[in-house]
Write a protein that binds this ligand. Sequence first.
Ligand SMILES: [Fe+2]
Length: 416
Amino acid sequence: MQTTPLGAHYLAVRKRSLMLAEALTDEDCGAQSMPDASPVKWHLAHTTWFFETFILEKMEAGFAPFHAAFRVLFNSYYNGIGEKHPRAQRGLLTRPGMAQVRAYRADVDARVARLLGTALSEPARAELDMLLVLGIEHEQQHQELLLTDVKHLLAQSALLPAYFDAPLLAARPAPPRDWITFDGGLTDIGHSGSGFSFDNELPRHRSYVAPFALASRLVTNGEYLAFVDAGGYRSPALWLAEGWDWVRTQGLNCPIYWQQDGHGDWLEFTLHGMQPLDLERPATHLSLFEADAYAHWAGARLPTETEWEFAAQGVALTGGGLHPAGAGDTAGQGGDLLQMYGHCWQWTSSSYAPYPGFQTAAGALGEYNGKFMLNQYVLRGSSCATPDGHTRSSYRNFFPAGARWQFSGVRLAKQR
Ligand SMILES: [Fe+2]
């Protein structure tokens, strides 16, 4: 299989998922910290299930499942496939163990390799390639979730274990925030070209963008701390009504991974363990509620997704690592707009809705994105946890307004 570029890409992505789990114990891999997060073991099995269910079951001669029960255990949300193990109870799956999940992965990889080496009609080959690319992109999405879910899990322990045991270096000072202005006008938004995109990035369509300005970099921890110190979490006028209820109900006064030590100094839990809060790095793990309240306090607003994509055209794709880097360390990587990719997903004020003319695929794969287009907001860009090659200017990430375990931050916008 390594002889074809797609086959080699498949193997590399599959290998990377296992590599991400290498720093963890089997006990780490089985635990689930909250219903929104999944155990690492489940991620490793579910991504395998995707290839088994949507490719092998359909295209492999004499198909037989690796294990009949896995069809239910590792089905995430596909009603067209059938029954699902309850999402909130994935952490109860002590069986299969990690060894069997690794064997499941190896078995499916070998069978996918055999299928790729089989003589197929041209339409069948095209369908196999299309499904394989979708499965690879799907696995890359889960690689990001694996890291954010592990971070949330490790944060639950008083041991505060590091996923990667090396301190974060202090970031260089962030440059002052500039406002980058755009004239706007009629523009085409959505994926173009022959490369891969998810269905929610299509169809490309005409939009109008009024003149606007976008911040040259992400909001820093130092700037967000000023909002905290100014009583931002105690000022109802800054918050959306639902956001204020969210703050009050949970008794929140700072971002999810921030805490103060006995001297009043702020710390931040990271995949590098507990670290001093670096005021020059971007504020991350913010909910839409927090992002919006901050923007309100700062006299600005969140960008729309159309504005973001309009501004991002031509900006180089960058990033990577286990924590967002400071703007002072990324100068020269994005032209006037720093940190567009590879640090924090950026909340937009746009509801996650279908583009005009949006169509879903036939069958269960049509459930991939479309059925989630309600009560969620779009995030643009990519984060430090997003795998290389899994980033596009048209990419639409989406989460409910209260979600804050992803690497989500704020880029301010305003009218010109
Ligand atoms: Fe999935």
